[in-house]
Design a protein around this ligand. Structure first.
Ligand code: SF4
Length: 253
C-alpha cells in the first residue's frame, strides 16, 4: 500500500493482495513481479515472499483512514480476481470501496471472466457505485480484446480499458459503454516496441466515440527519454463520475 503513486493515471495504490501469476503475453515483463522478487527473503519486508500470492487482511480497511479524496489503483501489485483469492475476500475488498465513497477506486484485471461473473452476483452492490471503476487490460487481439466483451456484460456503472502494454495493432474495437481508455507502451529491459499508428488508431476511435483518452507513455528501455507526447501534445483525459455527465473532460479534437 502506498499513499502516493508514480503511475500517471492514479494518486495512490492499495494492495490488500500481494503477488500474482502470469496469464497472458502482457504479463511477460510484469513490473510488479520484478519489484517483488527483489525483496524475496528479506525478513520483515512486505515482499519477503517475493511474488507468491498472499492475502493481506490487515490492509483491508486502509482507505477508510485516508481522509483526503484520492484516485486509488486497487492491487497494483496483484490481480484481485486471481483464482487463489476467495470470493469472500473480494467481497470484503469491495465493501471497503463501497464504504469509502469520498475516494475513486480503479480496479483493473486480466481475469475478466471472473470479474464479470462476480459483478453480476456477489459484487452487484459495488458494480452500481459510480466511484468504483472496473477495468480490463488489453494487450493484443487474441488475449486482450475478448476481455472487453466480458466487461461490457457486467452491470458496471464505470468501465475502463488499460491498453498497455500495447503489443500490436488491435484493430477496430467495440467501445460501446466504455467510459475511459488508457494507452501505453511497454517499458524497461526487453520492452517490446509500440508503433505510433497503433496509438493513433485508438485515439481516433476514442474521438469518434467521445471517450476520454489517456496516453500514458511510449515506453522503451528508458521511458523518460521516449516521453508521453503524441503528435506534439499530451493526452491526460479522465472520465467524470457518471452522475456528473455535464462535467465532461473530453478535450477538443
Ligand atoms: S496479471 Fe498483472 S500482476 Fe499478474 S502477472 Fe500479469 S501483469 Fe503481473
Amino acid at each position: 500500500m502506498s499513499e502516493r503513486s508514480e503511475i500517471e493515471w492514479t494518486d495512490a495504490t492499495w494492495n490488500p493482495v500481494r503477488g500474482c501469476t502470469k496469464i497472458s503475453p502482457g504479463c511477460a515483463h510484469c513490473y510488479a513481479e520484478t519489484f517483488a522478487e527483489r525483496f524475496r527473503g528479506v525478513p520483515g519486508h512486505p515482499y519477503e515472499q517475493g511474488f507468491d500470492l498472499r492475502l493481506v487482511p490487515e490492509k483491508l480497511l486502509a482507505p477508510l483512514s485516508w481522509r483526503r479524496p484520492r484516485m486509488i489503483f486497487v492491487n497494483s501489485m496483484s490481480d484481485l480476481f486471481h483464482q487463489d483469492v476467495p470470493d469472500e475476500y473480494i467481497v470484503s475488498v469491495a465493501r471497503t470501496m463501497a464504504q469509502a465513497r469520498w475516494h475513486t477506486f480503479q480496479v483493473l484485471t486480466k481475469r475478466s471472466e471472473r470479474m464479470s461473473e462476480l459483478l453480476r452476483s456477489e459484487l452487484e452492490f459495488a458494480a452500481t457505485q459510480p466511484h468504483i471503476w472496473w477495468g480490463v487490460s488489453v494487450e493484443n487481439r487474441k488475449h486482450g480484446v475478448p476481455r472487453i466483451a466480458h466487461l461490457q456484460q457486467a452491470p458496471a456503472v464505470m468501465r475502463f480499458l488499460s491498453i498497455e502494454p500495447l503489443l500490436e495493432d488491435v484493430g477496430k474495437l467495440d467501445l460501446r459503454s466504455i467510459d475511459w481508455v488508457i494507452v501505453g507502451g511497454e517499458s524497461g529491459p526487453g520492452a517490446r516496441p509500440m508503433q505510433p499508428a497503433w496509438v493513433r488508431s485508438l485515439r481516433a476511435q476514442c474521438r469518434q466515440g467521445r471517450i476520454p483518452f489517456f496516453f500514458k507513455q511510449w515506453g522503451g528501455r528508458r521511458k523518460a527519454l521516449a516521453g508521453r507526447q503524441l503528435d506534439g501534445r499530451t493526452y491526460d483525459e479522465m472520465p467524470r463520475r457518471r452522475l456528473q455527465p455535464t462535467e465532461s473532460t473530453i478535450a477538443a479534437p
